[in-house]
Design a protein around this ligand. Sequence first.
Ligand SMILES: [Zn+2]
Length: 122
Amino acid sequence: MHCCRSSPPRPSSGWSTGVSDATISCVHLEIGSLSGVSADSVRFYFPMAAEGTNLAGAKLEISEVPARCRCGSCGAEFEPDGPIPLCACGSPDAAVLSGGSMRILSVEVANGDGQRAQAHPG
Ligand SMILES: [Zn+2]
């Protein structure tokens, strides 16, 4: 059985998801608009990065999430429309509440017998 794995993903090892002995059939990524990562370039580079690994041929599903920031000057919450969070009051002193990173939402594992299991890191 390949379900119920408790090992966390290891971001330092590139695209490896910690399920190195299984074939990955689908990867769900969440990319925040302030993560500095372009979903288009991930889609473009994924097949090359996955080639020769257990991710080869895996489907890539990307959820792009808008970032939310809170202004440190006036306290307003807003969604930045550019790479630099800038409050409507003109202050650049904003804390990123969400959407500031890229993370793996889930990984679908294709077992040898054709069954599928979901791994949910985090
Ligand atoms: Zn403000």
